[in-house]
Design a protein around this ligand. Structure first.
Ligand code: 13P
Length: 249
């Protein structure tokens, strides 16, 4: 019912030489069952599109501005991303929330702008280690979900990524039970807010130190519909086994 999605977030990594990784992935996964998305830095989007337009990879961006156009030096609008061949935009990543002081209401405004431009959004949320240790995870995630996700979404246009901050780039991964608990709780909250039909069609991704070695057990969790992958998405040799694990799940 929900098409699995594996998304690679390159963050601030990648120059033209790295387009070869996208080309290699596109060739290796022509028959992929899962949807594959790669979000390179904005400077590579146009050229990456040339390698992805005939499938199976879709392109994503890592952020967009909340306004459609105007005097915002250095920023990129959702329309510009669409024009570059992008289908998705990642919003509310914890690194943007921390480095650029983005709050739930900013993420929500950006999501509205992206949706009205015709992009799909991957909205990220996750708790700090101290919040988990204080047993506040579900409340934190509930607050981020309520505040960051706009009302006018559909099952096709919204993807949620649960990324515990302490698991990003650290090699630490929550237990299967911990991931399962958070994803079940997100699904329930979505049901409550959007009704069962829409909630059932929204993809929920796990992100944080996903690697070839742990992908299969994470993908076996009910309510995990794929992954948002950072470091292991940079090289086709690492990302490919993760895509295969999702296809096999
Ligand atoms: P890592 O896979 O490098 O831990 O990064 C996860 C992430 O932040 C993806 O958005």
């Amino acid at each position: 019912m929900r098409r699995k999605l594996v998304a690679g977030n390159w963050k601030m990594n990648g120059t033209s030489a790295d387009l070869a990784q996208i080309e290699a992935l596109a060739e290796a996964h022509t028959g992929a069952l899962s949807e594959i998305m790669i979000a390179p830095p904005a400077t590579l989007l146009h050229r990456a599109y040339e390698h992805t337009k005939s499938g199976p990879i879709t392109l994503g961006a890592q952020d967009c501005h909340k306004c459609a156009s105007g005097a915002h030096t250095g920023d990129i609008s959702a329309d510009m991303l669409l024009d570059a061949g992008t289908s998705y935009v990642i919003l509310g990543h914890s690194e943007r929330r921390a480095d650029h002081d983005e709050h739930n209401e900013d993420v929500r405004a950006k999501a509205r702008a992206a949706l009205s431009a015709g992009l799909r959004v991957i909205i990220c949320m996750g708790e700090e280690l101290e919040e988990r240790e204080a047993d506040n995870t579900l409340d934190i995630i509930g607050g981020q979900l309520a505040g960051s996700v706009p009302d006018d979404i559909t099952g096709e246009t919204l993807v949620i990524a649960y990324e515990p901050i302490w698991a990003i780039g650290t090699g630490k991964v929550p237990s299967i039970e911990q991931i399962s608990e958070v994803h079940d709780s997100i699904r329930k909250r979505l049901e409550h807010r959007f009704g069962p039909q829409i909630a059932r069609s929204i993809r929920l991704l796990y992100g944080g130190s996903v690697k070839p070695a742990n992908a299969a057990e994470i993908f076996a969790i009910q309510n995990v519909d794929g992954a948002l992958v950072g470091g292991a998405s940079l090289m086709a040799a690492d990302f490919s086994p993760i895509i295969k694990a999702l296809d096999a799940s």
